[in-house]
Design a protein around this ligand. Structure first.
Ligand SMILES: [Zn+2]
Ligand SMILES: [Zn+2]
Length: 162
């Protein structure tokens, strides 16, 4: 996935950008829609401040009851990209966690936000998604979805507790 912005002639007041990234370009299996990206870039000395948000739809599986959940996600992001003049990199980044170096300047004037945005999307996907905080999950004996009905095993358990 790439999203290259030419920052060579960036106006003083900065510039704003809008993109639609195709589902197949994002290529994250949980993302089931195109991703709308909206952001602003401002030059600040030798660095660029990028600030904006992404909109996309996620399809997840509840980690308790295994039901499919569709979530609309709006992810805000901001980062600072330092200028690196002789970093003519394609497809490779000097990655250090927590630093903005996973975004780099290709050549002298082109910013590729693709890898950073893709990471942001992946980070926005919960490891253990829940259809709701109160999800009762599945019965460990018969596998019934306890959100829909209480099976006899649960009733027995409740009786033995009282
Ligand atoms: Zn659930
Ligand atoms: Zn049961």
């Amino acid at each position: 996935m790439d999203l290259k912005i030419n920052v060579g002639n960036l106006p003083k007041e900065g510039s704003s950008h809008e993109f639609y990234l195709k589902e197949e370009d994002v290529a994250v299996k949980e993302v089931v829609s195109d991703t709308f990206v909206n952001f602003e870039i401002c030059k600040n000395g030798n660095s660029y401040d990028v600030k904006g948000f992404m909109d996309y739809k996620l399809s997840l599986i509840c980690s308790r009851c295994l039901k499919e959940i569709t979530r609309h996600k709006r992810k805000e992001f901001s980062l600072e990209v330092r200028e690196k003049v002789d970093c003519a990199v394609t497809g490779k980044s000097n990655r250090k966690t927590g630093e903005a170096e996973n975004v780099y300047i290709v050549g002298n004037s082109c910013l590729d936000l693709g890898p950073f945005l893709r990471d942001e999307i992946i980070l926005s996907i919960a490891l253990k998604p829940l259809c709701s905080e109160e999800c009762k999950g599945l019965c460990s004996v018969c596998g019934a979805n306890l959100n829909e009905s209480a099976c006899e095993h649960v009733k027995l358990k409740e009786e033995s507790l009282t």
